[in-house]
Design a protein around this ligand. Structure first.
Ligand code: BGC
Ligand code: IFM
Length: 814
């Protein structure tokens, strides 16, 4: 069952009924100002940091689901009826409801009582504000007397404090109203230099800034007293809960349309030019007048919207494919790339499942997000890498997260996730492969942001590799630390006292557990490191990394093999985890994927055997479960993983982030059919047809899909901010379609399903457009490449000479 459809031509997903199983959201903004918006206009906005600069308030886990957003109320002033054109919060029946989620904008339209309303929300490029572009049309044969009310709740900036510290924050709110603009200036007097403004293109009949006045005591957003009565109170908030509402009245002749613009913005006065003396609450409104004037002009709004569309079409044109599969085309060309931008921007901070206060930018997460983003705006990728590297410690370890506003490592979460440093190597390698920019390795970057500690980026990468080598366990495998990629496999958290939580440390040392996953990741990273240093002439060093990789490979084959698959780990007592001898959790996906991806076991048959076992025990209709069988009880020596119900999250759900590793691994053993089959099983666009089961948005990946052991198997959870975006993009584009940037050119080595006769693609790589035409000639995976008609050796197309902007590559598969 579907709740809408893809409009690929316009790069939109069109939702045709408002009561989707879960709110289906989109993101506005992709630089500094961001908003989340659901298909019924729920959501909130923030500037850079969803915790510290929250502009509007949103209540998570609320009832009714998803109330709190960017709401408009239309009121027929003649009859007194009112409704929400975006359905929420009034929730009256609407005719012709549609929500078009596009790239960086959302348009919601509906009809009620022959009044048609459409509102488009977007953030113009380069601006710290959002626009609500509303139009009302009178479809009646008689004239209509209407009111339009806007409404938002201001958040008191620090979202954590806003949601908890009421004894304080009921006493701090300050607003100011001038003309059609409502200013939110809470905390300005503390010499913070920021404020928000909410303005409207029309003269106001009235306004409200105090929530209680607008709603009326004990009423909800579904029936605000002001809207019911058609009369604003012109309330001015002094403390309590500040909000913003404009009231505009107008008359529409039959067939007439009225366009009304609202803008909600964030403003900062440069610190050295503070308008007022410290302690004053007089904001520099003058500095925003020109901004308000510009964006309340419909021509500028139209132009900005066009520019946004254009920008996205440019970004997407860097990589376009035309394959026999509609879903691949749609995901690669539009939605998967778009999701990669969103995960790049926000890491795991703010979604409908990440509250924006719990987490900042993840070190491991952001590095992986870069893998799917790098081709779009490599300069931003470069800057992100430098920010990440600056949170690395001198011993090579890394803070697990940092706050985007301060870019400082977050002490609460600590630093001993032993996979973290290796992701930096893999992401840096992705940047170098995309750009060839060797100067990057010389860029001076501090450790832990400490002035004076700057060292070339290459030094950071070296320490990342060292970090693993300095931490090997009794089997010669890397120590896992607090956890590796699987945050919830906490093998060093043993407690002797039954009932103690996994966080409780122990009277054992709790540091012996080893990870086969990190071993595989090390092999991958060490090889990429070798290639990078080789390129700058450090052959001996390259040799050293290669031999370390080879040695680790041997260790995995000797110590990390369970007979039919790779072990997951050794626990703190030296007992295998993810082994046939375990009662539960006998086989895990991560080491099968990662080890084969790194090339381990390709020669001795282990790789194939591991992947066949994975297929046999973990692959189901809805994707590959992270492990099998799920843990039915809590195990102190395994930690958080067993705190989840079986079939959910790290305890045996289909973890969409890790599934692509199996896809890539299958391409390594030449099994294009299985790789592609795995791709389709979790592909959101494919799953659109079962939206009543999948329940999350059909245009983006979710972190997990409930696994076979869950009664709700097939239900997706935690959509949007997940490494699934980048890794699925990498799996399909770089391994199945096989178009992968290398340091010395563009590799084209597809491993496609048997039934495909070929495909074509356009890839802009280092300023050159590669027109790629792939044709299947036989049943294998051997590729013969012709560049501009001439046959070349191998699978890597070198860059053409300076000045050549476009080349054609024909690939024949035999
Ligand atoms: C979640 C993990 C997540 C971790 C972050 C856990 O509760 O299950 O998926 O990575 O929190 O700290
Ligand atoms: O690897 C982690 C990631 O950092 C956050 N989400 C869950 C993954 C698996 O635990």
């Amino acid at each position: 069952m579907q709740y809408g459809y893809f409009d690929d031509e316009h790069c939109e997903y069109v939702i045709t009924r408002p009561d989707t199983p879960l709110p289906w959201i989109n993101y506005l903004g992709s630089e500094d100002y961001f908003g989340l918006i659901s298909n019924t206009a729920g959501g909130y906005s923030f500037y850079r940091d969803a915790r510290l600069r929250r502009i509007t308030r949103y209540r998570y886990n609320n009832v009714p689901l998803d109330t709190g957003g960017r709401y408009l109320y239309v009121r027929d002033d003649h009859s007194g009826t009112f409704w929400s054109p975006t359905w929420q919060p009034v929730m009256t029946d609407l005719k012709n409801y549609t929500c078009r989620h596009g790239l960086g904008y959302t348009t919601i339209a509906s009809e009620k009582e022959d009044i048609q309303t459409q509102v488009r929300y977007f953030v113009p490029l380069g601006q710290n504000l959002e626009i609500w572009d509303a139009r009302c049309t009178n479809l009646r044969t008689t004239k209509a007397e209407l009111s339009l009310f806007s409404s938002i709740e201001f958040c008191l900036w620090d979202a954590q404090d806003d949601a908890t510290n009421f004894q304080r924050n009921y006493n701090i709110a300050e607003v100011e109203v001038e003309g059609s603009t409502i200013y939110h200036k809470t905390e300005y007097r503390e010499r913070r230099n920021h404020f928000a403004f909410f303005s409207c293109s029309e003269p106001l009949t009235g306004f409200d800034t105090l929530r209680e006045s607008f709603l009326g005591p004990y009423r909800g957003w579904n029936q605000p007293q002001v809207v019911a009565e058609g009369k604003s109170r012109n309330s001015e908030a002094h403390a309590w809960q500040p909000m913003g509402s404009h009231h505009v009245q107008f008359v529409l002749e039959p067939g007439e349309t009225k366009r009304i613009l609202f803008i909600l913005g964030y403003h900062e006065n440069p610190v050295d030019q503070k308008f007022t003396a410290p302690g004053s609450n007089i904001i520099n409104k003058k500095s925003v007048y020109p901004i308000i004037q510009t964006w309340l002009n419909p021509n500028n709004v139209d132009h900005a919207f066009e520019k946004l569309r254009q920008r996205w079409s440019e970004l997407l044109s860097i990589f376009q494919v035309d394959t026999p599969d509609l879903h691949v085309n749609r995901m690669v060309n539009i939605w998967n790339a778009y999701q990669c931008m969103v995960t790049f921007n926000l890491s795991r901070s703010a979604s409908y499942f990440e509250s924006g206060i719990g987490r900042g930018m993840g070190f491991r997460d952001s590095n992986q997000d870069l893998l799917g983003f790098m081709h779009m705006i490599p300069e931003r990728g470069r800057q992100r890498l430098l920010d990440l590297a600056a949170t690395q410690m001198e011993n090579g370890g890394a803070y697990h997260q940092y706050q985007p506003l301060t870019k400082r490592g977050n002490n609460d979460i600590g630093s001993d996730f032993n996979d973290d440093p290796l992701w930096l190597v893999l992401a840096a390698s992705a940047y170098l492969r995309e750009t060839g920019d060797l100067s990057f390795l010389e860029e001076m970057v501090p450790y832990d942001n400490r002035p004076g500690s700057e060292k070339p980026l290459l030094d950071h990468l070296r320490r990342s590799i060292r970090y693993t080598l300095d931490r090997l366990g009794v089997h010669g495998l890397p120590l896992i630390g607090r956890a590796d990629w699987n945050d919830c496999l906490n093998l060093n958290c043993f407690s002797d006292t039954p009932g103690q939580s996994f966080q409780t440390t122990t009277n054992r040392e709790g540091k012996n557990a080893e990870s086969v996953f990190i071993a595989g990741q090390f092999v991958l990273a060490a090889r990429e490191m070798a290639d990078m240093v080789e390129l700058i002439g450090l052959s001996d060093e390259a040799e050293e990394y290669r031999s370390r990789a080879a040695a680790m490979m041997k260790t995995v084959e000797n110590e990390g093999w369970d007979g039919q698959w790779f072990l997951r780990a050794y626990d703190d007592f030296g007992k295998p985890v993810g082994s046939k001898d375990c009662k539960e959790g006998k086989i895990f996906l991560e080491p099968q994927g990662m080890c084969v991806m790194a090339g381990i076991g390709l020669e001795n048959g282990y790789a194939k055997s591991a992947l066949d076992s994975l297929n046999r025990y973990c692959a189901g209709d809805h994707g590959i479960a992270l492990l099998w069988p799920g843990f039915q009880q809590y195990y102190l020596h395994l930690g958080e993983i067993s705190s989840y119900c079986a079939g959910y999250k790290e305890n045996a759900s289909v973890f969409c982030h890790a599934n692509p590793w199996a896809m890539i691994a299958e391409t390594k053993v030449g099994n294009g059919d299985r790789a592609f089959d795995y791709y389709l099983r979790i592909c959101p666009s494919v799953r659109e047809a079962i939206s009543e089961i999948h329940r999350s948005e059909p245009y983006v990946y979710a972190q997990t899909i409930a696994g076979p052991e869950s009664p709700d198997s097939g239900e997706a959870k935690n959509s949007w901010l997940t490494g699934s975006a980048a890794w699925n993009f990498v799996a399909i584009t770089q391994y199945i379609l096989g178009i992968r940037p290398e340091l010395n050119g563009l590799r084209i080595q597809p491993v496609i399903p048997q039934h495909w006769e070929g495909f074509s693609a356009e890839r802009v790589f280092r300023g050159v457009c590669f027109h790629i035409d792939v044709q299947r000639k036989g049943n294998g995976n051997t590729c013969v490449l012709f560049v501009d008609g001439k046959k070349i050796q191998g699978n890597i197309v070198p860059l053409p000479e300076e000045g050549v902007k476009s080349i054609s590559v024909l690939v024949e598969i035999y």
